[in-house]
Design a protein around this ligand. Structure first.
Ligand SMILES: *Cc1c(COP(=O)(O)O)cnc(C)c1O
Length: 367
């Protein structure tokens, strides 16, 4: 592992490969795997992650927005890319880069077909999403006939896949709800494929769905957070490896006398003599302000150093009174899943948000 000279996010591609292989090992031989690399690859680096997964023969990628897909194409990614939430204004860009839209309503379906007709496209791959209970995006069962007649009226598009999304795949107490969603999806896709007269790829599960609902793997699964080492449950997370480690260094050490304050708004006032370290990472780098005033911590020489006072835009100050460290020493913000999960819990959020918050200002280093 390299010596740290600044704030960096280390990306471990061997860990990524391990997680990919672990998730794949839970699938039937013929089940395809789609890697979700939206939001800069869950805050890491989407192109680096996608290149590695392409080498491992991943079947599909998904991103949320067209622009994210364009970046992958610019990086040389050739694998099909599903855009989960395309905006109508981006349809031309999307087609230009051979990105495949999720069409989830009459409005977006008709407008994509119109664009396809005007460009004389033939059998352009599209993906149809059904809402089975998340109530976020998707057609309802009542839309099937409308979808079929739109599709049969044009040669410009072809339904490559039909999918849905579970609302609570990580939540064991919502098993009945998830099973109901799975059954609804089966019913809807049975009707649709019968009327279509060909069989699109069916997919429904995210990481927790892959692990908790093997009966819902269908033809393909969509893995996101699991690839980065998190399974939303301790047992499975233990089998995965951490991909992203956030590290920094000590810029300066201060001795703070009793009754002196530290940081903006004098949020911390010392009740005794202490030592603080200033670290070059702040809320503009993804250290949420909610971590201020002792909620969050970093690790220095294996010891926890709590954040003191308010998180600044570019820096934090931490308490190192009992740590025998010096300026220039390495600081770990997180380098394993349990710390990410612990940090997330401390500000009532989830690993997803901690990871995706790491801003583009932080240098990415591949190990
Ligand atoms: C983000 C997303 C996923 C991936 O979910 P994870 O829990 O990260 O595996 C899968 N499907 C859809 C529709 C998504 O938006």
């Amino acid at each position: 592992m390299a010596v740290v000279h600044q704030t960096i996010l280390e990306i471990d591609l061997n860990a990524l490969q391990h997680n990919f292989e672990y998730l794949t090992s839970t699938l039937h031989q013929n089940t395809k795997i789609l890697a979700v690399v939206k939001a800069f690859g869950y805050g890491t680096d989407a192109s680096i992650i996608a290149k590695k997964l392409e080498n491992l023969n991943v079947d599909y990628f998904a991103v949320a927005y067209a622009k994210e897909g364009v970046s992958l194409r610019d990086a040389g990614i050739k694998t099909p890319i599903l855009v989960l939430h395309p905006q109508i204004i981006d349809f031309r860009t999307l087609i230009e880069h051979h990105l495949e839209p999720n069409l989830y309503s009459k409005r977006v379906l008709e407008s994509f077909i119109q664009e396809g007709e005007s460009q004389h496209l033939k059998n352009y791959p599209i993906h149809i999403k059904f809402n089975t209970g998340l109530n976020r995006l998707g057609f309802s069962e009542n839309d099937i006939d409308m979808i079929i007649s739109s599709i049969k009226n044009t040669k410009s598009v072809k339904i490559t896949s039909v999918f849905s999304h579970l609302a609570a795949s990580e939540d064991k107490s919502e098993k009945d709800f998830s099973k109901h969603q799975i059954n609804t999806f089966k019913k809807v896709t049975d009707q649709l494929t019968l009327k279509l007269e060909y069989k699109p790829i069916l997919h429904m599960t995210n990481t927790s769905g892959i692990l908790n609902y093997p009966e819902a793997h269908f033809d393909m699964v969509r893995a996101g957070i699991g690839l980065f080492g998190f399974a939303n449950d301790e047992l499975h997370t233990k089998k995965l490896r951490n991909v992203a480690a956030l590290k920094s260094i000590i810029s300066q050490i201060h001795t703070i006398e009793k009754d002196q304050s530290v940081g903006y708004n004098r949020a911390f006032i010392s009740d005794k003599l202490i030592k603080t370290a200033t670290i070059p990472i702040g809320h503009a780098d993804g250290i949420h302000r909610a971590f201020g005033n002792g909620k969050g911590y970093v690790t220095i020489l294996g010891e926890k150093a709590p954040i003191i006072g308010n998180v600044c835009m570019d820096m934090i100050m931490v308490n190192i009174t009992d740590i025998n460290c010096k300026e220039g020493d390495e600081v770990i913000v997180f380098d394993n899943q349990s710390t990410v999960d612990d940090l997330a819990k401390r500000i009532n959020t989830i690993s997803y948000e901690i990871l995706t918050a790491i801003s583009q200002r932080v240098k990415r280093i591949v190990n």
